[in-house]
Design a protein around this ligand. Structure first.
Ligand SMILES: [Zn+2]
Ligand SMILES: [Zn+2]
Length: 361
C-alpha cells in the first residue's frame, strides 16, 4: 500500500511444538521449515507454557521472527494469548475455568488474546473431538480466529477416499472460514473492533490410519496454507524486541488480513478508503463526510466481494474494484481465486469501520 507506506508481512499463527503435550516437533525444526517457506513471522502457541522463550527461541532466525505466546486449552473455549511476561495458567486452575477469568488475566498482564478456532467441529470418522468456543458472554478479547486450517481441513474428512485425497492435497479441500464464524464476527464488529486472524493449529501428530503412520502435518506442508498478513507502517528493523512490538501494535489495530497463500501469494492485496485527502485501511475507523471511495486491489485476477455489516454489498471480477461509499457501516473484503475452473477462498480482510460525523467539521 504505497500511499500509506505500509509493509506486508506474512506469517503463521497457532502452532504446537514439542513443548506441548500433544506436539512432538522441536522448535528448531519448525523454524527451518518456516525459513524455507518464506514465513516472515511465526506465533508459537504451546499449551499453557512460554518455555520456548525461556529457552531462547524468541527473536529473528534468518528471515523468520519467532514470537512465543501460549494457548489456554480447557475442554472448551481455547484462547491464544500473546505479549505476556509469564504464563497466565496456574497449577491450581480447575479444568473448567470460566474463559472470562483467563481473558481478564491476559489483559491485566498487558497482553492480548484471541478466541481460537471458535467453530471447531472435530471429525467423527477419525475420532477427533470438537473444541468450539461456547461462552459468548465474554468481553475484553482482542479478536478471534476467523479461518483455522485444522477446523476447515477436518471438516473435509467425511469419508475414507476423501480423507486420502484431502491428506495428499489439503489446499484443494479447504472451503474457507466457517459461515457461522463469519456471521458472528460480522455481528461483533458492528459493536466494536474485533480483529480477525488466521490459524493453523498444526501439531505434526502421528495418526495411525489404515496401517500407516501419517503426520498431521509436517510443518513444511502447511506453511503456505492459511497465513495472516500484518501491515506495518514502515519496514521491520531487525531488532527483535522492537519488531515484535511493531507487529503486535499493527495486529491489535486490525491491520491484517488472512489468506490461503498456497495457489498464489496474496502479498500486494490492499484496501483503501479515501475522502478529501483523508485515508483509511484495514482495521481503521473512518469518519465519512459525504461519500468516500473504497478501493480494493489484488495481485492476481479474482472475484472481489465487499461485505457491509455482514451482507454482500458489491462484487466484481478483476484485479481491482472501486466503489462509492455513502453509508456508515463495517466494510470488509473477501476474494476468491479461480483454480481449475472453480472459485476457491483466497483472501479475507479485516474491516474498515466507517462512521458518519454528526455534523461537518
Ligand atoms: Zn485449541
Ligand atoms: Zn492449538
Amino acid at each position: 500500500m504505497p500511499l500509506l507506506n505500509l509493509k506486508d508481512y506474512a506469517g503463521v499463527i497457532h502452532l504446537h511444538s514439542a513443548y506441548s503435550f500433544d506436539g512432538r516437533t522441536p522448535v528448531t525444526e519448525i523454524i527451518r521449515a518456516a525459513n524455507q517457506n518464506g514465513v516472515d513471522f511465526l506465533l508459537l502457541t504451546d499449551h499453557s507454557t512460554l518455555k520456548a522463550r525461556d529457552d531462547g527461541f524468541e527473536g529473528w532466525h534468518d528471515g523468520t521472527l519467532v514470537i512465543v505466546g501460549e494457548e489456554i486449552a480447557p475442554r472448551f473455549n481455547h484462547y491464544l494469548a500473546f505479549q505476556l511476561q509469564t504464563s497466565v495458567a496456574t497449577a491450581g486452575d480447575p479444568p473448567e475455568l470460566p474463559p472470562q477469568i483467563y481473558i481478564d488475566r491476559v489483559r491485566t498482564k498487558g497482553g492480548m488474546g484471541f478466541i481460537a478456532h471458535p467453530d471447531h467441529e472435530g471429525t467423527e470418522l477419525f475420532h477427533v473431538k470438537h473444541y468450539p468456543w461456547i461462552d459468548w458472554s465474554v468481553t475484553g478479547y482482542t479478536g478471534l480466529g476467523i479461518w483455522d486450517f485444522m477446523t476447515d481441513w477436518q471438516n473435509s474428512l467425511s469419508g475414507y477416499l476423501r480423507a486420502i485425497l484431502s491428506y495428499a492435497f489439503p489446499a484443494f479441500f479447504l472451503s474457507g472460514p466457517s459461515p457461522s464464524t463469519l456471521t458472528r464476527w460480522d455481528l461483533l464488529t458492528q459493536e466494536r473492533r474485533v480483529v480477525g486472524i488466521g490459524e493453523l493449529d498444526n501439531h505434526d501428530t502421528l495418526k495411525r490410519v489404515m496401517g500407516f503412520n501419517l503426520s498431521i502435518f509436517p510443518y513444511a506442508r502447511v506453511f503456505r496454507l492459511i497465513r495472516t498478513h500484518i501491515l506495518t507502517t514502515g519496514p521491520l528493523s531487525g531488532n527483535s524486541r522492537n519488531d515484535i512490538i511493531t507487529l503486535f501494535d499493527a495486529l491489535r489495530n486490525g491491520r491484517a488480513y488472512v489468506a490461503l497463500d498456497y495457489y498464489r501469494s496474496s502479498t500486494g492485496f490492499s484496501l483503501l478508503m479515501a475522502e478529501e485527502g483523508r485515508y483509511a485501511t484495514l482495521g481503521d475507523a473512518f469518519h465519512l463526510h459525504r461519500s468516500a471511495e473504497l478501493k480494493a486491489s489484488i495481485p492476481y485476477r479474482g472475484r472481489i466481494s465487499i461485505i457491509r455489516n455482514g451482507t454482500l454489498f458489491h462484487r466484481a471480477t478483476g484485479k481491482d474494484l472501486s466503489v462509492n461509499i455513502c453509508e456508515p457501516g463495517v466494510y470488509r473484503v473477501e476474494v476468491s481465486l479461480k483454480i481449475f475452473g472453480y472459485y476457491r477462498p483466497w483472501i479475507f480482510s479485516n474491516p474498515i469501520y466507517v462512521t458518519r460525523l454528526g455534523h461537518r467539521g
